[in-house]
Design a protein around this ligand. Structure first.
Ligand code: APR
Ligand code: PHB
Length: 390
């Protein structure tokens, strides 16, 4: 079998790249380890930068997003028992973010791919990448007891943090940077109306809390928990009580409780792998970097990597130029590191760090107080949150 771009992974990165390449007639095959149902069962963040929305539109997969996505002009920071709204639209000359679940983004892209009759092979195993630093890259994988080979021009490693692509980089060619945080996020989904019309990020001495949403009827909440916490230790009742203890009184009073239909704990880490290119293999999205969800950058960074790689591949196939491909890693990493910094800063400012002591607590309080009373500081938060220019 042969294709032009072999894509490893059917998450947002792989699907978005596949759809954009389809718009210019470039053939792709996606190899996915999990089942279609498993991919669609993942619950992830749900805040899209305008650039991500525009890319999904360019891929022809934004109809439901425009119909159901919630346009948000601001967020609120909660501390010292009060809410402080950051009017991001006013501070950024009119920019917004769109609240729309990543699960929905993945479904929209997957349905678009299936409608176009493009190939995704689910439940593959033993995916291996070959000769991507030579003249004839190819991928092998096992399926239904047989081993298959796909010859290609390029390999897009869109297979996430635990994928095979980053691990296939030549020995010693990869430099990684990592920061583990001493806590995780316990998240729930419940079919109850959100506590506020926008997102609320709460700093509290009991720990961080976030009030988010998926629709006017469906809420997404998180509380900071120790890194080794077990989800079985958290009944719905315990979760709702702890969440409300971390919110200002008027916000806590606005929380509608109800049975959760999803409850899970996610670890928090910052991770970057450099470079993001090895010959004809390109790392994209979570395969190359991970951010703590505090800045809502994971999906948006995947989209910006895809944008840069798509531009390079379009230039190659249309103009026979490798300039865009040669520039991919440096360009993508420049934006990745700014988002990694922002996500680290939001995490450091909003979470409870026991080892920081009273000095660290006072520094956080001073940072938050300065932030909400300084137009310059609020503007810096706003322009990073809505998304820096590509
Ligand atoms: N072979 C084939 N597929 C694989 C392999 C493999 N060896 N390893 C992983 N995969 C698949 C996973 O099953 C998953 O469907 O690759 C896909 C990677 O998708 P994501 O992990 O979602 O990564 P990405 O597409 O870059 O999207 C980044 O997803 O995890 C969130 O917070 C993250 O919002 C960000 C977004
Ligand atoms: C979510 O809705 O899941 C969400 C929103 C904002 C974040 C993280 C997660 O920063």
């Amino acid at each position: 079998m042969r294709t032009q771009v072999a894509i490893i992974g059917s998450g947002p990165s792989g699907l978005l790249l596949g759809q954009l390449l389809a718009t210019i007639g470039v053939e792709t095959i996606i190899l996915e380890r999990s089942s279609r149902e498993h991919v669609l069962g993942r619950v992830r963040a749900g805040v899209l930068e305008q650039g991500t929305v525009d890319l999904l539109g360019e891929a022809g997969a934004a109809d439901r997003l425009h119909a159901q996505g919630l346009l948000h002009a601001g967020i609120s920071l909660a501390f010292d028992g009060r809410l402080h709204r950051i009017d991001m639209t006013a501070l950024t000359g009119g920019k917004h973010v769109t609240v729309y679940g990543q699960t929905e983004v993945t479904l929209d892209l997957m349905q678009k791919r299936e409608a176009a009759g493009l190939t995704t092979v689910f439940e593959t195993s033993n995916v291996a990448l070959h000769d991507f630093d030579g003249a004839a890259p190819f991928v092998t994988y096992a399926k239904d007891g047989a081993t298959h080979r796909i010859d290609c021009d390029f390999i897009a490693g869109c297979d996430g943090y635990h994928g095979v692509s980053r691990r296939s980089a030549p020995e010693g060619a990869l430099k990684t940077f990592e920061r583990q945080y001493p806590f995780g996020w316990l998240g729930v989904l419940a079919e109850v109306p959100p506590a506020d019309h926008e997102l609320v990020y709460a700093n509290h001495q009991r720990g961080f809390a976030l009030c988010s949403m998926r629709s006017p009827q469906r809420s997404r909440y998180y509380v900071q928990v120790p890194a080794d916490e077990r989800v079985e230790a958290w009944s719905d009742e315990r979760f709702w009580d702890e969440l409300r203890r971390r919110l200002p009184p008027q916000t806590a009073a606005a929380v509608t409780t109800g049975p959760s239909f999803e409850k899970s704990i996610a670890p928090l880490r910052s991770f970057v792998a450099e470079p993001m290119r090895f010959g004809w293999l390109f790392l994209v999205g979570d395969a190359a970097h991970i951010v703590p969800p505090t800045g809502a950058k994971g999906l948006n960074l995947a989209a910006s990597d895809v944008r840069y790689l798509f531009a390079g591949l379009r230039e190659f196939y249309r103009d026979k130029s490798e300039a865009g491909l040669d520039a991919y890693s440096a360009k993508a990493l420049a934006r990745v590191w700014k988002a990694v910094r922002f996500s680290w800063w939001m995490t450091s400012m909003l979470h409870y760090f026991p080892e920081a002591g009273e000095f660290g607590q006072r520094i956080q309080e001073a940072e938050l107080d300065y932030l909400v009373h300084s137009k310059a500081a609020s503007t810096a938060l706003a322009e990073n949150y809505v998304g820096l220019p590509y």
